[in-house]
Ligand binder design. Structure first.
Ligand code: AMP
Length: 287
């Protein structure tokens, strides 16, 4: 496994691989790797001949009051984990090389970036779309894998690739969870023992919604009421949003008449957590 820090060196290697007819698979991350990231890497490995993983905590996708400075970082541990799933290259660019003085070009996926996390994190998806575009231009992948944990991010990237005729395939990977249901996240390390227990309410409330749909309760307001009352049973959790949206357009949904995204974001202490699932009316019992 090779560690590359230079943008130019990464581009040269990508060119060489392409000349040799190799399929390049890519998983972009912000590091502090966990089993969710590794699952994406295994899928990516099976989709290409060579696998590149980037580790870059992207400053332009964090708001001024967010956790950029304290975001967890441990490159040595990440390299060991990447090696364990046979990553070929770990690309770790530096902020000063990604955003040199004079940098001013951004990518804005206008509509899909507006609701949900885009509303509470202004500019976040512009930062994501911009860095992912840059990483695609550097790593030159044929295929890239993103997690459904960040469902809106995946929708934004798919739209961007389509709109800008980027010549690669985007694959979504299901959410990887801890045995008790908590969606894996680098930010889970921030949680105290008590907070981690409260954090389980996110996945629990998704299960509550799924159960309602199974019982043929398809009214959005009724589902959201059950979800928010479980989430907000006391003030140990502060809800950012719990919404029902069309998985493709992210338009609001009021009745579950087709597969619908239930997306949740909440603060437990100072930690912002997200989770989601698809509610499928075809799963309603017909007895
Ligand atoms: P991050 O390092 O948090 O930016 O995540 C890098 C990639 O891993 C993104 O495509 C995420 O959606 C994905 N990812 C993070 N956590 C999970 C998870 N629990 N399950 C599936 N994918 C995940």
């Amino acid at each position: 496994m090779k560690l590359i820090k230079s943008i130019e060196e990464m581009q040269k290697l990508a060119d060489l691989w392409r000349r040799d007819g190799k399929e390049i698979a890519f998983v972009p991350t912000m590091g502090y790797l966990h089993e969710g990231h590794l699952a994406l890497m295994r899928t990516a490995k099976s989709e290409g001949d060579v696998l590149v993983v980037s580790i870059f905590v992207n400053p332009i996708q964090f708001g001024p009051k967010e956790d950029y400075a304290r975001y967890p970082r441990d490159l040595e541990r990440d390299l060991r984990l990447a090696e364990s799933v046979e990553v070929d290259v770990v690309f770790v660019p530096e902020v000063k090389d990604m955003y040199p003085e004079g940098f001013q070009t951004t990518v804005d996926v206008a509509e899909l970036s507006k609701p949900l996390c885009g509303k509470s994190r202004p500019g976040h998806f512009r930062g994501v779309a911009t860095v992912v575009t840059k990483l695609f231009n550097i790593v030159k992948p044929h295929v890239a894998v993103f997690g459904e944990k960040d469902f809106q991010q995946l929708a934004v990237i798919k739209r961007m690739v389509k709109d800008l005729n980027m010549d690669l395939r985007i694959i979504g990977h299901p959410i990887v969870r801890e045995p008790d249901g908590l969606a894996m996240s680098s930010r889970n390390v921030y949680l105290s023992k008590e907070e981690r227990y409260v954090a389980l309410r996110l996945s629990q409330s998704l299960a509550i919604a799924k159960n309602l749909v199974k019982q043929s309760i398809l009214d959005g307001a009724e589902i959201l009421k059950a979800v928010t009352s479980h989430l907000c049973q006391d003030n140990a959790l502060r809800l950012d949003y719990a919404e029902l949206r069309d998985p493709d357009t992210l338009d609001e949904v009021s009745v579950i008449s087709k597969p619908t995204l239930l997306a949740i974001a909440a603060f437990v202490g100072n930690t912002r957590l997200i989770d989601n699932c698809i509610l499928n009316p075809a799963e309603a019992y017909t007895a």
